[in-house]
Design a protein around this ligand. Structure first.
Ligand code: PRP
Ligand code: MN
Ligand code: MG
Length: 184
């Protein structure tokens, strides 16, 4: 697939799946099964987090429920306002629930920082984040993230949910793109 477009594999399919098993074990320990707050509620951020969300849910040895949000940042990387628009909101009230936001990547941190502030106003019993990837050199706003899969260099990466112009999400690994792809 995508012959000639991928410059290198940064994180292999096996490395991703091993990490998910590791994260799932750590996360499961923190959420008591049968708590009065109900099952752990995974909130996936569309669309990038979809693959991570489904693999994580199946790796977690505790019951979970799923909700999704779709958000869109105003402007692009030049915007540092952190203003985010909700394209699709949660279907259910999260008050009193244990909520775990599931993200594919923290780049500037603006999306997540806004989302955490937004969801906190809805009074969940707890609110944490798990992200598969984080770019420490690209972060503009500090977000407290309990669970990080991999810290990666500030390079453009695709695959396993991450896109370039909506393509490459369906790759099972994380890779870097050939510069010719950007050139058009
Ligand atoms: C990407 C990624 C994160 C966000 C991270 O989503 O999936 O959600 O950007 O960037 P930030 O830390 O700088 O805010 P994108 O907006 O591209 O939408 P997508 O998930 O549908 O690709
Ligand atoms: Mn996203
Ligand atoms: Mg994207």
């Amino acid at each position: 697939m995508y012959e000639g477009d991928i410059a290198s594999v940064l994180i292999s399919e096996e490395q991703i799946q091993d990490k998910i098993a590791e994260l799932a074990a750590i996360i499961a320990e923190r959420y008591p099964v049968g708590a009065p707050e109900g099952d752990l509620l995974l909130v996936g951020v569309l669309k990038g987090a979809v693959f991570f969300m489904t693999d994580l849910a199946r790796a977690l040895p505790i019951p979970t429920q799923m909700e999704f949000m779709a958000v869109s940042s105003y402007g692009s990387s030049t915007s540092s306002s952190g203003v985010v628009r909700i394209l699709k909101d949660l279907d259910k009230d999260i008050a009193g629930r244990h909520v775990l936001i599931v993200e594919d990547i923290i780049d500037s941190g603006l999306t997540l920082s806004w989302l955490m502030r937004n969801l906190r106003t809805r009074n969940p019993a707890s609110l944490e984040v798990v992200t598969l990837l984080r770019k420490p050199d690209a972060i503009k706003v500090d977000v407290e993230v309990a669970n990080v899969g991999f810290d990666i260099p500030d390079e453009f990466v695709v695959g396993y949910g991450l896109d370039y112009a909506e393509r490459y999400r369906d790759l099972p690994y994380i890779g870097t793109l050939e510069p010719t792809v950007y050139g058009g």
